[in-house]
Design a protein around this ligand. Structure first.
Ligand code: MOS
Length: 762
């Protein structure tokens, strides 16, 4: 075993190499814009140079004169599209701002024209020659900008159901022995996946094929069909590989239906490859947030009162919000809790999911405040968490299905060397460098959604798994192949997995870290259907009907359980059945999924269940993160030499891909504290650093040491696969751990991200 392929502990699968490793490192993995098209035309977008106002006039003469231009589509001649509802209102869209519908402009960088030409270069050249006259009005950019409006999230966002509260916060806070009140802020961030927001559309008669990187092929298929007004069965979305998602490809953006409609009109395949900077405004992003936290505690550290008020920016058109109070009000034992989430509307594109959408900003606030409270109590911050650890969430009193938070703190503290920390701020140094140690908790809800799968087993053991899941770089192919191999008892190298195609059986959105739990549960169930058919064929007649119903099926989630079932002699069973291939299709849904689940699954609406919304329990994965920062006394340069995280997330199907996910999360978490921020020019409500040179991202030298520890945890109450999901676990809390470490190094508390050297006073 190596660091990259950790030794599996109890309830972990084998760290097999990635299923898609070879095609990826040899450049043979085909991404959406690599798909060959027959005689394509090329599209280039023109985007608005103002954030608010209207287009008075286009002057297209010069653009039209560029050789190779086929057509220029503006609101004056655009194909008609049906409106799409926001996903949270039962639709598919990540924004209801539909470009090319009118002369009105809703945000900077909105699509205002699409140039179609014989080559990419001609389309780009012509797009640069499109002249636009606008009447601009002053836009509202962000918090505190004139003209914004604010209102409670509850009542305007259907998915935000509750401002959690319990007990009497005001009285308890008033009477608390120790209290803190503090305000925090997090910046705008953009996902910047490597793969640009490309779309290729090709029609064959009435049938449309879309090649587009997507985290939800069924959502995109149904959403585009709705906008075009055609039967969803005529639309196919294909993307066997996706070059990063991070939430940006979870819901439909307006570009797809526009390109599809133009391709239909021109009767020619069209390929769109937008630029990096256009990606900042034609897709979604993480909006800036503000928080006020009030904590009241007894002298012994026990929380008696907690209040979390959050505010988030959204567009004028859409009430998007992440509402992380659902998590922060339930993380620690506390009898008196209050919360409120508000949405502030500005002249911006609609924000959307970005890795751990609620937890990253909201736990930054809570886990910073917990550290502030520990300082005021003169208590070790780890011990403060221990004192307030709980088996039941405080709002509804429901038990956590399993909770290894303190075990994670203890493991990570040991690996990090937390005991060597001298608690006084500014007490540790090395030459010119002040040293700080900080820590924070992380957690992420365990979510599942209905999923289907088709599995085919041949007499020679070769197996084909078909499921419209998504490989966004996470290891989805690998864990699905492992699950089928384990369940059928066939060698891994005989399993082929087909994903990223909406003609395959539906899987949920690859979001909310639900993919492994959902798709592996479905694949297990369908493999069991095959096992049952085979077992029945070879079973002695003396067995009762009841035994025949259950033989070959094990309810337990572990590999060990599958192995301890009767071994399956595949060849004997095939001979008895007299067939060469056995194929099964099945639809799985998690406990507590709504009645319309399977219908919704086929029409591209994921019915995610889990987290705090389960009936009698609450399910989260947990972790603890420790960081060392070093701050130069003279230049105030901030370095982060070490990140150590310990995590428990139920069954780990593959410790290699899991570690890779968690390591990426830790690095992204560090990045969200020290590097990443989209800067906004408030005069124009415009993103300034919309490129990979000015939008800071971490490189290897930014985090020399990352250590990932995976704890063994078994949870049989969540789903058949026993998987909690960890894609979005590790990048939560890191930002707080870093600010807590900066406080330890310098004595200075920084409550707004990102932290840059100019923010350091000491
Ligand atoms: Mo994740 S932000 O749910 O793709």
């Amino acid at each position: 075993m190596t660091a990259a392929a950790p030794e599996p502990k109890e309830n972990m699968g084998q760290p097999v190499p990635r299923y898609d490793a070879v095609v990826k490192v040899t450049g043979r993995a085909t991404y959406a814009s690599d798909m060959p098209l027959d005689n394509p035309a090329y599209a280039f977008l023109v985007t608005s140079a103002i954030a608010k106002g209207r287009i008075d006039r286009f002057d297209l003469d010069e653009a039209r004169s560029v050789r190779g231009v086929i057509e220029i589509v503006t609101h004056e001649n655009a194909p008609e599209l049906k409106e799409s509802k926001l996903f949270s209102d039962g639709g598919y869209a990540g924004t209801t701002i539909q470009p090319l519908k009118s002369a009105e402009i809703s945000h900077d960088g909105e699509i205002i024209a699409v140039v179609i030409a014989e080559s990419y270069e001609a389309a780009r050249e012509a797009a640069n020659r499109v002249k636009v006259s606008y009447t601009a009005t002053a836009p509202s950019a962000t918090f505190d900008s004139p003209g914004t409006t604010a209102a409670a999230a509850k009542g305007q966002n259907a998915q935000f159901k509750e401002d959690a509260k319990v007990g009497d916060f005001a009285k308890a806070f008033d009477e608390a022995e120790v209290k803190i009140t503090a305000a925090y802020g997090t910046p705008t961030q953009h996902h910047n996946p490597m793969e640009l927001f490309t779309t290729s559309c090709a029609w064959m008669g009435d049938n449309l094929v879309i090649y587009e990187g997507s985290q939800y092929v069924y959502g995109l298929k149904n959403g585009v069909a709705e906008q075009l007004g055609i039967d969803p069965d005529k639309v196919r979305v294909v993307n066997p590989y996706v070059g990063g998602g991070f939430g940006s490809r979870g819901s439909m953006t307006p570009r797809t239906a526009i390109i599809a409609a133009i391709a239909r009109r021109l009767n020619r395949p069209i390929k769109l490859v937008p630029t990096r900077d256009q990606g900042f405004t034609i897709a979604t992003y993480r909006a800036e947030t503000r928080h006020e936290i009030k904590l009241g505690a007894a002298r012994d550290g026990k929380l008696v009162a907690l209040r979390h008020e959050g505010a988030e920016v959204s567009s004028r058109a859409d009430a998007y919000c992440v509402g992380g109070t659902k998590t922060t009000t339930r993380l620690y034992a506390c009898p008196n809790v209050d919360s409120l989430v508000s949405i502030v509307r500005a002249d911006r594109n609609t924000p959307g999911f970005m890795r751990s959408p609620p937890e990253v900003p909201y736990l930054f606030a809570l886990e910073s405040a917990m550290d502030e409270l520990a300082v005021q109590l003169n208590m070790d911050p780890v011990e403060l968490r221990r004192i307030n650890d709980t088996t039941n969430e405080p709002i509804g009193g429901k038990p956590y299905t399993s909770r290894s938070l303190m075990a994670c703190f203890d493991e990570a503290a040991k690996a990090f060397g937390w005991a060597q920390r001298s608690p006084q701020p500014k007490s540790m140094s090395d030459g010119d460098w002040l040293i700080g140690y900080g820590c924070a908790a992380t957690c992420y809800p365990t979510q599942m959604a209905p999923s289907a799968a088709r599995v085919r087993l041949q007499r020679d053991g070769r197996t084909r798994v078909e499921i419209a899941g998504h490989e966004i770089g996470t290891g989805a192919y690998t864990v699905i192949a492992q699950t089928a191999a384990d369940r059928l008892g066939v060698p891994l190298e005989k399993v082929a997995v087909f994903m990223g195609d909406s003609d395959l059986p539906p899987a949920p959105v690859a979001g909310g870290s639900n993919s492994t739990a959902s798709t592996c549960s479905a694949v297990m169930m369908v493999c069991d259907q095959i096992r049952q058919r085979l077992f029945k064929a070879v079973m002695p007649d003396s067995l009762t009907e009841k035994a025949k119903e259950t033989v070959g099926i094990s309810p337990a989630p572990t590999t060990q359980a599958a192995k301890s079932d009767r071994p399956l002699d595949i060849e004997k069973a095939f001979d008895a059945l007299g067939v060469g291939v056995v194929e099964e299709y099945g639809e799985w849904k998690p406990d507590g999924a709504p009645l319309d689940s399977f219908r919704a699954m086929h029409s591209g609406h994921p019915r995610l269940v889990g987290g705090h919304q389960m009936k009698d329990q609450i399910a989260y994965a947990f972790g603890a993160e420790f960081v060392e920062v070093r701050i130069n006394r003279f230049t105030h340069e901030i370095r982060c030499p070490r990140l150590v995280g310990a995590f428990a997330a139920g069954r780990i199907v593959n410790p290699r891909t899991a570690r890779s996910q968690l390591m990426g999360g830790l690095i992204w978490g560090m990045s969200s504290a020290l590097l990443e921020a989209t800067e906004i020019d408030e005069r124009y409500a415009r993103y300034v650093n919309d490129n990979l040179a000015d939008y800071l991202l971490p490189v290897n030298a930014d985090v020399p040491g990352v250590e990932v520890i995976m704890l063994s945890e078994q949870d049989d109450r969540i789903n058949p696969a026993g998987v909690k999901g960890l894609g979005e676990l590790a990048n939560v809390g890191t930002n707080a751990a870093i600010c807590n470490a900066i406080h330890h190094a310098t004595g200075q508390r920084i409550r707004n991200l990102p932290v840059r050297l100019e923010n350091i006073e000491a």
